[in-house]
Design a protein around this ligand. Structure first.
Ligand code: FAD
Ligand code: MLT
Ligand code: ZN
Length: 467
């Protein structure tokens, strides 16, 4: 129980600087980014180092106080905020934001969990290296949150998800023991790979306190383009064409419907219209190369030629300056904030085989438009990874529980048919905890529950999330 005696014992571990107890100061920690979840707690703990995290977790294990780990609180599924019981404390890792070391010869960097993603990217660039995890929340999300959600983002196509970018982790177990797993090895077949259990566990199996991240050579050339296409099938075809022509120089391939651009331009009026005409679909293409004289623009133009001839590509703008490239990325990165300003929507972060994307959009749109003629589909995402953000907005109103249930049923039934996933990159959190039981087999759910029970027998780590 969070009583005065408990708070005093926490204070003895972390000092005054590590405690937040004032209701007004606590507010930003208990409300999620989308404003969909409002939890309750009377204590946020901000440890300064791994030893303090371990001591606080030990105390919680002893007293049965549940823990919600939190990083930047940018999560989309309510995983980082407590429930409304007020029983749990939040452990925020944001004070643990040191870059502990950089080993250039091993292309690796050891960072604490509370490091902001953008700070990690910048530290890599300062050493002429590149850390590829990239997402619109990078200015406030943390490495701990990124690994705990196995975040995706806009460069998965070339570099993989967050878990592909990690060599080792340090973590505190639900009993308060420290696992010193900060090995910087690219090969290590010594039994179960425990770091992969903690990554993607959304704080339900322990607290990640630090990680060894992989670094990559810095790109010397970048080409950013926006290509308007006739429909999603043309976008998927273009993906294969560009990959065929340019291999893994293709690092980003992001689909956006016109509805997304309309919202961005409405809420961020400084955004320029990218083309002289309106197009229903566009893809943001990013190509990079570590070779200085790589002819990215010319090769892209040649690759686009057949698509223009067949009418599948209808317009294109290739950035001629860094500022233009940034403006194209700004457009893409403003889609989530614009959608948020537009009002609450029913969000679907889903994945499917790339070959089924066009069929999914066509059948999904038809079914949703038939059931909700007043609603608007907001479709965008990382189609190079088969990952769509396929959201339904009800202009001027909040979606009701019944509308949310029906929209989910339409989308998830179709996904099951296409062998897709109901969570591509945001995780399950509170939002999809019940829904997932309809889409995983009993065998799979039983294995997950057995792992949870073995590692967290008291059930204190982020209860009510994932399982
Ligand atoms: P939080 O929101 O604080 O926490 C997320 C989960 O991780 C919670 O379950 C929490 O309990 C757990 N957790 C946090 N830190 C730790 C830790 N140290 N140890 C154990 N568990 C921990 N996500 C994508 O994958 N791709 C995107 O492209 C993307 N774009 C986004 C764009 C915007 C504008 C926003 C607001 C969000 C976006 N997200 C995206 C979602 C979000 O940014 C990611 O999920 C991010 O990885 C969360 O990091 P965080 O530090 O904010 O974690
Ligand atoms: C994105 O790709 O921008 C995100 O995952 C955020 C969102 O889905 O809103
Ligand atoms: Zn995304």
């Amino acid at each position: 129980m969070i009583d005065a005696a408990f708070i005093q014992r926490v204070q003895a571990i972390v000092g005054d600087a590590g405690l937040v107890t004032d209701t007004i100061d606590i507010e930003p920690y208990v409300r999620d980014w989308r404003g969909n979840y409002l939890g309750k707690t009377s204590l946020v703990v901000r440890p300064a180092n791994t030893g303090e995290v371990a001591d606080v977790v030990k105390l919680c294990a002893e007293t049965g106080v549940p823990i919600v780990p939190q990083g930047g609180n940018t999560g989309m599924v309510g995983g980082g905020v407590p429930d409304s019981s007020g029983r749990a404390i939040i452990i925020s890792l944001t004070r643990m934001n040191k870059i502990r070391s950089i080993d250039l010869a091993n292309s690796a960097m050891t960072v604490e969990a509370g490091c902001i993603l953008a700070a990690v990217q910048e530290a890599a660039l300062r050493c002429e290296r590149y850390f590829p995890l990239s997402l619109a929340a990078e200015g406030s999300c943390t490495i701990g949150g990124n690994l705990s959600t196995n975040a995706g983002g806009t460069a998965v196509l070339r570099f993989g998800n967050a878990r592909d970018l990690v060599l080792g982790i340090e973590a505190v177990t639900p009993e308060g023991n420290i696992w010193h797993g900060l090995k910087a090895l690219r090969k290590d077949n010594t039994g179960y790979d425990l770091k992969h259990l903690l990554m993607g566990a959304e704080g339900t199996l322990g607290i990640i306190t630090a990680a060894v991240l992989k670094l990559f050579p810095k790109a010397q050339r970048t080409c950013t383009a926006l290509v308007a296409v006739s429909d999603p099938a043309a976008a998927v075809e273009l993906l294969a064409t560009i990959q065929g022509a340019m291999g893994d120089r293709l690092t980003g391939f992001e689909l956006m419907s016109r509805v997304c651009l309309d919202h961005v331009i409405k809420h961020f009026p400084e955004t320029p219209e990218p083309f002289s005409a309106r197009h229903a679909w566009q893809v943001l293409v990013e190509l990079t190369d570590t070779m200085k004289d790589s002819p990215l623009e010319d090769t892209l133009s040649m690759a686009l030629q057949p698509a223009f001839e067949s009418g599948k590509a209808v317009d294109a703008v290739i950035a001629t300056s860094e500022a233009q490239a940034q403006a194209l990325w700004n457009m893409r990165e403003h889609v989530p904030p614009a959608e948020k300003l537009q009002g609450r929507s029913v969000k679907h972060d889903i994945s499917m085989p790339i070959s089924t994307i066009a069929e999914f959009i066509q059948r999904g749109d038809a079914a949703l438009n038939a059931r909700f003629p007043q609603a608007q589909v907001i479709c965008f995402g990382h189609i190079g990874d088969g990952n769509l953000h396929y959201n339904l907005s009800f202009p001027g109103m909040l979606p009701s529980a019944e509308q949310t249930r029906d929209a989910n049923n339409i989308v998830y039934t179709l996904l099951d048919e296409l062998a897709g996933s109901i969570s591509a990159e945001h995780g399950l959190g509170q939002m999809k905890r019940e829904e997932i039981t309809k889409h995983k087999s009993r065998v799979e759910l039983d294995m997950m529950r057995a792992i949870k029970a073995a590692l967290d027998p008291k059930g204190i780590m982020n209860p009510g999330k994932v399982l």
